[in-house]
Design a protein around this ligand. Structure first.
Ligand SMILES: C[S@@+](CC[C@H](N)C(=O)[O-])C[C@H]1O[C@@H](n2cnc3c(N)ncnc32)[C@H](O)[C@@H]1O
Length: 588
């Protein structure tokens, strides 16, 4: 029997096991209206919650805090890590008492393998989840009963012989490790693996790099997919927060996206194939691109800064987010739609597919990163001409170029790229101003301002300033020469106003309820408090406060906004195409 949070109900029937193609089955429905940004439900007792393998040993195995600095490994298995003895005790009580012995055996056999020269691959999150589920099933009738109703699409997986064979061999490996022997158990393990692949969702957590892990909750797993979802799932620690992304009426189905819904149609289709259904949402049916999806978004008007409609609670924040394009530009994106420079949907798909060959890890040499920027730039020439910066792989190009600028320590150019992202990419990909990505983007700009200021803080004659102007002498790095207009703008940021305003916006843009648990908001508040404790911070903070209290009513507040926020952002963003072109064409 599922425990349902208030405000939610499950409708529909579980699809019969052998029906192909698979019917939609059950779904989650709203029992009352939810406002955009509002919390629908919190899921804090998942059946399985795991960090992604690359981060498993630097994340607390219980609270999953990716930032704890003093992690201690479990003395027995040396595979689980904890930030406090309390976390260790709680983890022992939930799952570790079952898995410790197995993890110890794993560590021992991988140590033997590496002593023999073999590379030891970490167990993928889905297989660790399977191990945990098997152990829980062995020990609890409640878990066995709770797992039974979950959709596994077993017949659809069986119809894919290669994948099915892989599942069988993976399940056999886990059964052996868990001493779950016999053909019947092997078959049950494959079914459990199908349920994990169908009903668990990727868990994103790690502040800036958003590594994925696994989260399996029997109620949340009833949510169906849409590429124009009306809700999103945000993870913090062991909990998942389901939030309304659009207004949701009582009786409406609540949908989330199982994949990056801003990727082109073919990529979404390929990723959703793992779930064994064809999406028939409006984005798929009409093959809407990111700009068209933004134009029809019911939350576009939140970008005006004033919350529309009746306020269900006085605590409802006003989203002050017009640092992106104006609402008119969101409704009528300044991209080329007609004439020889227009890009057809097929062309956009082809460019995206070709770009998958160019994916490289970010820890490669600087030269390889630069070559990647150049390759992506040439591939994306038609998208650039049509100014379609929110279409993948252009956002990826901006990310790689940003990493490159950070690596070669050209922080002012890194700042310009970050500004470009929050103005020309994020609002078109994520129209809701409370989206995690929108706020990560604001935070990114704020953090990079501090880095960029290093070239102006020590005066015009400092080594860094001379290097930035290209007057650094024979040992200076020519890659750190900064566009003169970027240098001018950076010099105007020493009053900290832009940095503070962005932090204040992030603090204010958080979704309703539990926003204090959001890492991005916690960080913004921490920064604001730190600044407030500095001597002489009062004037800047007063200005920000006045602007926040009267964002659109008072002329001084508007002037403050235009001068201190929009002007530097616009100036830096406008220089990005030139910076990129130079990066791509100049021989360094
Ligand atoms: C996490 S479950 C969602 C709940 C599921 N409908 C049930 O009855 O248990 C995922 C599965 O639901 C089905 N599903 C989810 N979204 C769908 C959609 N938009 N159209 C058709 N089927 C969908 C697919 O079978 C998918 O593998």
């Amino acid at each position: 029997m599922l425990r349902l949070p208030p405000g939610l109900e499950i409708r529909g029937e579980k699809a019969a096991p052998d029906v192909l193609p698979r019917p939609r089955g059950r779904g989650l429905f709203a029992k009352r209206r939810f406002e955009p940004g509002e919390e629908i439900a919190v899921f804090s007792e998942p059946m399985v919650v795991l960090p992604a393998e690359p981060n498993a040993k630097d994340t607390c195995s219980y609270c999953l805090d990716p930032y704890s600095e003093s992690l201690k490994l479990c003395a027995a298995c040396r595979a689980a890590a904890y930030c406090t003895p309390a976390c260790q005790r709680k983890h022992w009580g939930t799952i570790h008492k079952f898995e410790c012995k197995l993890l110890k055996a794993d560590s021992a056999s991988s140590a033997t393998r590496s002593a023999n020269g073999a590379t030891s691959q970490p167990l993928p999150a889905a297989l660790r989840a399977l191990k945990q589920l098997i152990l829980q099933c062995l020990n609890s009738a409640d878990v066995r009963a709770a797992i039974e109703p979950l959709e596994g699409n077993v017949s659809a997986f069986r119809a894919k012989p290669e994948l099915w064979k892989e599942f069988e061999s993976q399940a056999a490996m886990v059964c052996k490790a868990a001493s779950w022997s016999g053909d019947e158990n092997a078959a049950k393990a494959v079914e459990l693996l199908c349920r994990i692949h169908t009903s668990a969702i990727s868990r994103r957590s790690k502040g800036d790099d958003f590594a994925t892990g696994i989260f399996l909750d029997t109620t949340l797993s009833m949510a169906n997919h849409s590429c124009l979802p009306n809700a999103i799932v945000v993870f913090t620690g062991r909990s998942a927060f389901l939030r309304a992304q659009h207004p949701i009426a009582a009786g409406e189905e609540i949908t989330i996206s199982y994949t990056e819904c801003t990727e082109p149609l073919s990529a979404r289709k390929q990723k959703l194939d793992k779930y064994n259904f064809e999406c028939d949402c409006r984005r798929c049916r009409e093959n809407l691109d990111n700009y068209q999806a933004t134009q029809i978004s019911p939350v576009l008007s939140l970008n005006t800064g004033v919350h529309p409609g009746p306020m269900p609670s006085p605590a409802l924040p006003r989203y002050i987010s017009s640092i992106g394009p104006s609402i008119d530009m969101l409704r009528n994106p300044p991209i080329v739609r007609q004439g020889p420079d227009a890009v057809t949907p097929q062309q956009a798909e082809d460019i995206y597919i070709a770009s998958r060959e160019l994916i490289i890890p970010q820890d490669v040499d600087d030269d390889v990163l630069l070559q990647n920027v150049r390759d992506l730039w040439h591939l994306c020439a038609p998208l650039i001409k049509a100014k379609r910066w929110a279409d993948e792989p252009l956002p990826e190009l901006i990310t790689v170029a940003t990493t490159y600028c950070n690596r070669i320590e050209n922080y002012p150019h890194q700042l310009a790229l970050a500004c470009f992202g929050i103005q020309h990419i994020d609002p078109y990909m994520f129209p809701a101003p409370f989206s995690v990505w929108r706020n990560m983007g604001l935070m990114n700009v704020a953090k990079t301002i501090s880095l960029a200021l290093s070239v102006v803080l020590f005066g015009d004659d400092s080594e860094l300033a001379r290097e930035a102007r290209g007057e650094g002498g024979p040992f200076a790095d020519p890659r750190r020469i900064v566009h003169p207009r970027v240098l001018d703008v950076v010099s105007s940021l020493t009053d900290n106003l832009l940095h503070l305003a962005l932090m204040a916006m992030v603090g204010n843009n958080g979704p309703l309820g539990h926003s204090e648990d959001w890492l991005v908001i916690k960080y913004a508040q921490f920064q604001m408090d730190k600044y407030a404790s500095l001597p002489g911070s009062g004037v800047a903070l007063d200005l920000i406060r006045t602007w926040f209290e009267n964002p659109y009513q008072v002329q001084e507040a508007e002037e403050f906004f235009d001068e201190n926020i929009m002007e530097p952002l616009n100036q830096l963003s406008a220089l990005v195409p030139e910076i990129l072109e130079k990066m791509v064409t100049e021989d360094i």
